[in-house]
Design a protein around this ligand. Structure first.
Ligand code: B12
Ligand code: SF4
Length: 506
């Protein structure tokens, strides 16, 4: 059986920091089970000759979409006097996008797979639907399987509106993915697996309930032999580390931990050390990016890892997300010695009142003190902020801005970044979504479920749906009743402008 694992990048500019951790993990468990497979990460076009670019912008583009769709669609409008330049540009962009998806289909089918398995996230789901449609059109016998957070969060509701998806694996793929592939090959019943849904005619069968991995140390190291590390990831020559799953914190607005059933698990420090050494030997890589909720969710484990790295004299460089809780000057010094270069903190907002309102168990005083220790240890401290949290007023936002300017002027906060509050999951999963009316949150867009129930996927390749395919994300805009969207966007732009001025003045 030929299996192709795919990370579907949204467009040619979609680049993340490192090769996707999930593909590395899925590839490793397939290798362990002796299942032959290929891996395609469309973020960097795993093909070294960069065929994807040529396919998208080369002569095939002209043949396929400019002529077939774009001109066919556009010229009658010109003739009828409806020509609108914006229409033309939008169609052209969408045409390029569709051609990109078609080029991905060409690339996947080159390997003549029997099963194509996608890693799904909120941002690439729509494109995966479209790509699956093209793949199925060209090979109706193909089995399309999906896993990943978007499948896990949306399960049946999404499956129902995704006619070209055959099988969904929910939760941690390591547990059942190889066995599901074997069952597909033998044609045996998928009903014995937890967290596996499949299409049976018009019916969706299977159990959405899934278990969690009990011992993360027992997992094989992710396999990155397929990855083109020189291919243009944002962090060149870095590999991802996944050494914990879930988060012990309980920030009110955060949906991340639900993917891991609110349980926090981590590998031992010995496993972590063995993994980085393996990457150094196998791939010649000594730079790492932690793809997990918090590197210091277990400070004890982190400290032990640092001690081991220092004792072995390993020359590492690493970075990742962290909480300002559980930090101390002693730990930070050890982290710096063990190669930590930068930490990204979810600081969220600049008043204790708002921090309390969103159950973020930190204070602005702790933020300032810890960022000072981080700087003193020689580590770059970055901060993520959210504007437009429920109950937040323009006055709160002004205070957040003032707090950020102050930290920046003191040189303890590097490149703070700001986002408007958004949600990505469905009502049952997210307490914020469930309580949205009480919290003064309005979702003006369709929820993903409503959106998908209205979407006729069979029409996705028709020009009238081009706007859909060129709009990648389905993260929900959550509007609050204490500040308008415009006020929030305006404030974010103003903060960036002022930070720029501060930097120039420095
Ligand atoms: C690193 C990270 C990022 C990075 C890199 C993202 C990337 N392209 O990989 C950055 C900072 C760029 C980022 C940004 C965003 N992120 Co982010 N991010 C993460 C984080 C912390 C780690 C991802 C990871 O690699 N985890 C480790 C791997 C092993 O887990 P995994 O990918 O889920 O894979 C497991 C299972 O899902 C499953 N699986 C996965 N793929 C497959 C495939 C098959 C075939 C099978 C069988 C199983 C399977 O098995 C895997 C192993 O058990 C997660 C949270 C988390 N702790 O996981 C959020 C997370 C993925 N991000 C999320 C979101 C919402 C975003 C943003 C949209 C936030 C925003 N509002 O801007 C942006 C959008 C990015 C974009 N491309 O447009 C959500 C996604 C929710 C969803 N429904 O898809 C998550 C889950 C956090 C959350 N809030 O719940 N993110
Ligand atoms: S610390 Fe980060 S990942 Fe953990 S609950 Fe809070 S926001 Fe979510």
């Amino acid at each position: 059986m030929n299996v192709t694992l795919v990370y579907q990048a949204v467009n040619l500019a979609d680049r993340c920091n490192t090769p996707p951790a999930a593909l590395g993990l899925m590839s490793a468990v397939l290798e362990q089970a002796g299942i032959e497979h290929t891996v395609i990460d469309f973020q960097v076009d795993s093909d070294p000759k960069n065929q994807l670019y040529k396919r998208v912008f080369g002569i095939r583009f002209l043949q396929r979409y400019l002529l077939k769709y774009h001109l066919n669609y556009y010229i009658p409008q010109v003739n009828l006097g409806f020509a609108r330049p914006f229409n033309s540009i939008a169609n052209l962009v969408a045409g390029v996008h569709l051609n990109y998806i078609a080029a991905q289909a060409d690339r996947i089918l080159e390997d003549q797979p029997d099963v194509v398995a996608f890693s799904t996230y909120v941002w690439n789901w729509l494109n995966i639907l479209l790509l699956s449609k093209l793949l199925k059109k060209r090979n109706p016998d193909l089995t399309i399987l999906v896993g990943g957070p978007q499948a896990t969060f949306m399960e049946r509701k999404m499956f129902r509106h995704s006619p070209d998806i055959d099988v969904m694996v929910l939760g941690e793929g390591e547990l059942v993915f190889p066995q599901v592939l074997e069952a597909l090959e033998k044609g045996t019943d998928l009903g014995e697996f937890d967290g596996v849904l499949w299409r049976d005619g018009d019916e969706i069968r299977g159990r959405a309930h899934f278990e969690l991995i009990k011992d993360l140390d027992a997992l094989p190291f992710p396999n990155f032999k397929w990855a083109n590390l020189k291919g243009g990831y944002r962090h060149a020559d870095h590999l991802p580390v996944v050494s914990s799953r879930g988060c012990p914190q309980r920030c009110g607005f955060c949906e991340e931990r639900y993917q891991w059933k609110e349980k926090f698990r981590f590998t031992s420090a010995d496993w972590l050390l063995a993994y980085v050494k393996h990457c150094m030997e196998e791939y010649g890589v000594h730079k790492f990016y932690f793809y997990e909720s918090l590197v210091n969710a277990s400070a004890k484990r982190l400290e032990k890892f640092c001690d081991l790295v220092i004792a072995e004299g390993l020359e590492l460089e690493w970075e990742g997300p962290a909480t300002i809780l559980r930090m101390s000057p002693r730990l930070l010094e050890k982290m710096a010695k063990a190669g930590c270069k930068s930490l990204a903190f979810g600081l969220e907002t600049g008043t204790n009142e708002m921090l309390k309102k969103v159950s973020k168990a930190i204070t602005i005083e702790q933020v300032e003190e810890t960022l000072g220790w981080v700087r003193d240890a020689g580590i770059d401290g970055h901060g993520y902020f959210i504007l437009g949290l429920p109950g937040e007023t323009p006055e709160h936002m002004d205070k957040t801005a003032a707090f950020v300017y102050d930290l920046s002027e003191k040189g303890i906060l590097k490149s703070p970044s700001f986002n408007r509050f958004k949600l990505a999951t469905r009502d049952e999963v997210s307490p914020f979504m469930r309580k949205k009316n009480d919290l003064g949150i309005t979702i003006r867009q369709h929820t993903p479920e409503e959106y998908f129930s209205k979407l006729d996927v069979t029409k996705l390749i028709e020009p009238e749906f081009w706007w859909v395919t060129s709009y990648p994300g389905q993260v929900l805009e959550a509007e609050i009743d204490t500040a308008t969207k415009e006020q929030i966007d305006h404030k974010i732009a103003e903060i960036y402008r002022n930070l720029n001025l501060l930097r120039k003045g420095a």
